[in-house]
Design a protein around this ligand. Structure first.
Ligand code: PHB
Length: 368
């Protein structure tokens, strides 16, 4: 039986006090009618907290900007939805868990016809959803400041509701990543061009969030090299470039980097087996969270090319434990394995591997 104790060490960072190193990854559920988390959503998070998951990161939840939302029944993080979130926080805390919201703006992934205001197009640095494909509105500087303020307001609300920190969604080709990525950011002002300029939007958001929540509240930034528009896209090609990308984000106030990859065991650069979270920790000295197909034998894109699009069988976690024991990264987020089985972590801890079940795409709607 694998010694899983490296996963069960406590972790502390500012407002985050976690009993273990395992987080539930943010996963879009589209189960919040009228954009309000209901009692079913409360129970969904409570179940994972009761089963000892160290940290719950909520599904992406949209900041208060008219173009933030990209999918129906995704919960908002403003207005009437905040009462729903308050119930989620209370339930998770009552079960001994910790929880942070993932604050989200989808940028040009939004299509007209999606609510809440169906006439609003996608907003993005140059209107592009992928290189050369203009589908929406190119953001003015006023638009940029509106979105910066929306993230800060959401973070302030998160703190007021009792959340244990916040995660800013800067990954996967959504709005913040559309600014990072030169494929979708061809602006000729101070928000486009150099790597430093393409990070300016994120830096302004992080600074505004920090000013809204104070020094002692943990800010997590999720980022990725891969984009949903292009799985092989890269923001940076070398460790040196990665260091240049990360430095202003640290300076702006990120406490923990959540480094999204599709397979956590893959080396990020030649010449070292460190993954993206490993490199990020080494280069910044900040705690990092890894993610990517933990406990399963196929990634979440699968053969269909769609998120959650494939089946995957359970596999052992020896390689994960080895990396955590070496302190390559501090935390690990687990997505589908915890979606299909809220007790996944308890089973791993107790060596009940014969009870682990496969992830089945046809059962997605039943996993809750
Ligand atoms: C999705 O709903 O497919 C999705 C949402 C957020 C992500 C990635 C995928 O970051």
């Amino acid at each position: 039986m694998t010694d899983t104790s490296p996963l069960f060490r406590p972790f502390e960072c500012k407002s985050l006090h976690l009993a273990n190193r395992v987080a539930m990854a943010p996963m879009t559920r589209m189960r919040s009618p009228n954009y309000i988390p209901n009692d079913e959503v409360v129970a969904y998070y409570r179940r994972r907290a009761e089963a000892g998951v160290g940290l719950l990161i909520t599904e992406g939840t949209t900041v208060n900007h008219k173009a933030a939302n990209g999918y129906e029944q995704v919960p908002a993080f403003h207005g009437a939805a905040l009462d729903g979130w308050e119930k989620v926080v209370e339930a998770v805390h009552a079960a001994g868990g910790k929880i942070i919201p993932q604050l989200w703006h989808v940028g040009s992934v939004r299509r007209p016809g999606i609510g809440p205001d169906k006439d609003v197009p996608g907003y993005s640095p140059c209107g592009m959803v992928k290189p050369g494909k203009v589908v929406g509105h190119a953001m003015s500087k006023d638009d940029i400041q509106d979105v910066v303020k929306a993230f800060a307001d959401a973070a302030r609300d998160a703190r007021a509701l009792g959340f244990d920190g916040v995660e800013i969604h800067g990954a996967h080709g959504y709005l913040i990543d559309q600014f990072f990525w030169e494929g979708t950011n061809q602006r000729d002002d101070e928000y486009g061009g150099s790597l430093e300029n393409r990070s300016r939007f994120a830096v302004e958001i992080i600074r505004a969030v920090r000013a809204a929540v104070g020094e002692d509240f943990a800010i997590v930034l999720r980022y990725s090299q891969w984009k949903q528009q292009d799985y092989s896209a890269r923001l940076v090609q070398t460790p040196e470039e990665l260091g240049r990308f990360l430095a202003p984000l640290v300076e702006a106030g990120v406490d923990i980097f959540h480094c999204s990859t599709r397979r956590f065991w893959e080396p990020e650069f030649d010449g070292s087996d460190l993954n993206l979270a490993g490199w990020t920790k080494k280069l910044t000295g900040k705690p990092t969270m890894s993610v990517g197909s933990v406990g399963l034998d196929d990634d979440f894109i699968g053969e269909t090319g769609m998120a959650m699009g494939g089946d995957a069988a359970p596999v052992g976690i020896d390689e994960l434990v080895r990396r955590m024991d070496a302190d390559e990264f501090d935390l690990v987020a687990v997505g589908r394995a915890l979606l299909q089985d809220p007790q996944w972590l308890e089973k791993i801890r107790d060596g009940r591997s014969e009870e682990l079940t496969p992830f089945n795409k046809m059962s997605l709607a039943n996993y809750f």
